[in-house]
Each structure stands twice: as structure tokens, then as C-alpha cells.
Design a protein around this ligand. Structure first.
Ligand code: F6R
Ligand code: MG
Ligand code: MG
Length: 391
């Protein structure tokens, strides 16, 4: 097959449209329903290729096409696939059927309607390996730590030190989900500033990464946060990401290495607990114990003339057994805290809370303590230091 100089778009669009036995796994009939819609779109030439799969209770549409990112036509295909799968989910009485579809009507783009989206467009290299990551029971900021390691940590990615194409570094677009604003920062020069921000993953999310030498797109992460869109709890924002590998990008093994540490992420039971992110083969992508622990699946593909060759189930390897074992130990350790922080999230991050009702019930039972000082709003250390310097 000759290699055309084509601009290909990879679109990974996901939604939880209902699952079996609670929030555990999608039903094969919903995968089949989405597959039918995508096959029709392929026959009509709207998309070139696709792969439908799941990560736990999330239905995942991996599509390739030539219509660029945010294409209304491609988003409509995804929307119709989710609608059709939801219809089947409702017929089968699946749990939380249609959960992530926040609107009845499609309006040109699925962003803001519930589904999570990670899309990138590029000129295909002669050989174009990519990894698609799909997580369940966690939030988009869960990717901050591994993506930072892949593109900025020389102890993770040998290429940053010894490959001339990687050596100049990468640019990070960091998205503030509360303000809806992004900032572009450069590694390694601004590494400490980047970490100062992305260490707060509930707010600042690495959204895109570009290779510095030529501004080529290297990675993209879905940043949708459902509860911020809907203004109420509607399920976790189980994120997806696409990363380009090899020949001037981090090697596939450098990308996967970043997931060998099962770091703590927010999500798990009722979207309100910290737990370890466990990399698993697809057959283990179902959250069982305490609705978790949070999982991540990785599928590897080659993209050729906009077709998807693969996939390879990237974490289906005993090399990740120790990571999974550590995740089990950490899961046990965290679980033993029961309802206490830091296992349970802080009040501002919990997806379910009875706290306002409990406080309301107790409001007349709180009594003034003689001599007690009512605390002012706590100051952060830097404010205290600047107060001291005024004295
Ligand atoms: C977390 C998640 C589950 C549910 C939990 C309670 O993202 O989806 O942990 O929050 O199973 O679900 P409901 O309230 O539907 O019974
Ligand atoms: Mg669910
Ligand atoms: Mg899910």
C-alpha cells in the first residue's frame, strides 16, 4: 500500500450510556448498536475506520477520518451511536441507561453535551504508532502525572536525554476547568511552574502536548467534567487520551512506563474517593471492589492512510503484574481509612454528599464555646510570610 500524504484525525469519544449489574461493564448489545451506526458512517464515507470497545461501564468510540477535530458530521455520528446504544440500554433495563447524554438534542458538537472527547489531527508519518488510553472511575486530571512523566521526566523517558528530536522538550497546554481557560507552558524550562499547576489535577488538566521542534501534536486528553457541565453529580468523567509514539516521539515503552506506578487518583466509589490507578488488560476493565479500584486500559494501533491497524492490548503483560499488585496493596491501605480523608475526597470534590443536610440538622445544637476565637479564613503560607515581612 503506498503512503498518501494525508491529514488524518483520530477521534476518541466516550460516554457511559448504561451498564450491567450496576456501574460495572457495558453490555455487548450496546457495543453492537454503536458499531452499526459507525459502520453506516464508514459506508457513507464520513469516517474512514473505527473500533468500538469499552473501559468498564464506558462505551468508547475510536474513529479515524479526514474531517478535522470538532467536525459536526463526525460528532453527530458519535452522538447517534450513543443515542442508539442508549435506546438498547433502556430496552434491556441496564443501569443508569443514557446517564452521560445530558441533552435530548444534538447541536453540532458533543462537547458540553456529556460525552468525553480526545481528538488530534496530523500528517501521517510513514509509520504512525499511537496509543489510546481509556480510564474508568476517575477524572481527566488522572492523566496529569503520567503525561508529565512521558513528556518531561528524563527518569521516565530516556529519549528526552538521548534522542535529538526529543531533547528540546515539549509544550503543554494546561486547561483550567473552572475558568475555561488554557495556558501553554514549555518543558523543561518551566518544569517547576508546570508542576505547581498540574499538581492540582481537579482543576488544571494537561489537555494537549506538542513537540517543541516543530509544534507537532503529541498527545491529547479529554477534559470534560460532567458535574461542572450539568451543575450536579451525573457520574465521573472517566477520561480518554491519545498519544503518538516512536520516531521523534516517546517510544511506546516510554509511554507505558509512566503507568508502571499506580498513582492515587480521585474517583472510585461514588466518585468521592482516592484510590490507585490500576493498568489492566481489557478483560479486567471492570470495576468491582468498592466500584474499583480505578482502571486504565491501553490499546495500541498503527494508523495507515487513516485506517486503524490493531489493536494491541498494551497492559496485557506480566511486566505490569507488580504494578497491579502494588495497586492492590494501596487499595487495601486506602480502604482501611473508611470514611476518613484522604481516602474520602475533600468536601469540595465529593460527588455525593450529605454534609449540608447533616449540618442543617445540627445547626441548633451547636453552642458557643466560651473564650473561643472564631477563625478567619485560613491563609496560605505565602500570605502569612508576606504578613510577617510587613511587621
Ligand atoms: C463512580 C460510580 C459508582 C457509583 C456508585 C453509586 O463513578 O459510577 O461508584 O457512584 O455505584 O451509584 P448509584 O448512586 O447510581 O447507586
Ligand atoms: Mg456508570
Ligand atoms: Mg465509568
Amino acid at each position: 500500500m503506498s503512503s498518501e500524504k494525508v491529514r488524518t484525525t483520530v477521534s476518541v469519544i466516550k460516554a457511559d450510556i448504561g451498564s450491567v449489574s450496576g456501574h460495572v461493564v457495558v453490555h455487548p448489545d450496546t457495543i453492537a448498536a454503536a458499531t452499526r451506526v459507525l459502520a453506516e458512517a464508514k459506508a457513507k464515507g464520513i469516517i474512514v475506520d473505527f473500533y468500538v470497545t469499552n473501559a468498564g461501564d464506558d462505551l468508547e468510540l475510536i474513529m479515524t477520518h479526514r474531517k478535522g477535530v470538532d467536525s459536526p458530521e463526525v460528532h453527530e455520528v458519535a452522538w447517534n451511536a450513543f443515542k442508539e446504544a442508549s435506546r438498547i440500554a433502556k430496552d434491556l433495563g441496564l443501569y443508569a441507561a443514557g446517564q452521560d447524554l445530558l441533552s435530548e438534542a444534538f447541536s453540532g458538537n458533543v462537547r458540553g453535551l456529556g460525552p468525553g472527547v480526545a481528538e488530534m489531527e496530523f500528517y501521517e508519518r510513514p509509520s504512525e504508532p499511537i496509543a489510546v488510553f481509556m480510564a474508568d472511575k476517575t477524572e481527566p486530571g488522572a492523566f496529569n502525572l503520567p503525561i508529565f512523566k512521558v513528556f518531561a521526566d528524563p527518569f521516565n523517558t530516556a529519549g528526552l536525554v538521548i534522542d535529538p528530536k526529543l531533547h528540546p522538550g515539549f509544550k503543554f497546554e494546561i486547561y483550567d476547568v473552572f475558568e475555561g481557560k488554557s495556558v501553554i507552558m514549555s518543558a523543561p524550562e518551566e518544569m517547576y511552574d508546570i508542576l505547581a499547576i498540574i499538581g492540582t489535577p481537579a482543576r488544571y488538566i494537561v489537555r494537549r502536548v506538542y513537540r517543541k521542534v516543530d509544534d507537532e501534536i503529541a498527545a491529547v486528553v479529554s477534559v470534560e467534567r460532567l458535574s461542572l457541565i450539568a451543575g450536579r453529580y451525573v457520574g465521573k468523567d472517566d477520561p480518554v487520551a491519545v498519544v503518538r509514539a516512536q520516531a521523534g516521539f516517546p517510544a511506546m515503552g516510554e509511554i507505558l512506563e509512566a503507568f508502571a506506578f499506580p498513582h492515587l487518583v480521585a474517583g472510585w466509589m461514588r466518585g468521592s474517593h482516592h484510590g490507585p490507578l490500576m493498568p489492566v488488560p481489557q478483560r479486567y476493565a471492570k470495576c468491582t471492589r468498592f466500584d474499583g479500584p480505578p482502571r486504565i486500559v491501553g490499546l495500541g494501533f498503527q494508523v495507515k492512510n487513516s485506517k486503524l491497524i490493531g489493536p494491541v492490548d498494551l497492559f496485557d503483560d506480566p511486566a505490569f503484574d507488580e504494578t497491579r499488585r502494588m495497586a492492590q496493596v494501596v487499595a487495601d491501605y486506602m480502604r482501611r481509612h473508611g470514611p476518613f480523608m484522604p481516602h474520602r475526597l475533600g468536601p469540595e470534590e465529593m460527588e455525593y454528599t450529605t454534609l449540608p443536610e447533616v449540618l442543617e440538622k445540627l445547626k441548633d445544637r451547636f453552642f458557643k464555646v466560651e473564650g473561643a476565637v472564631k477563625a478567619a479564613k485560613p491563609k496560605v503560607k505565602s500570605e502569612l510570610l508576606s504578613d510577617e515581612s510587613k511587621e
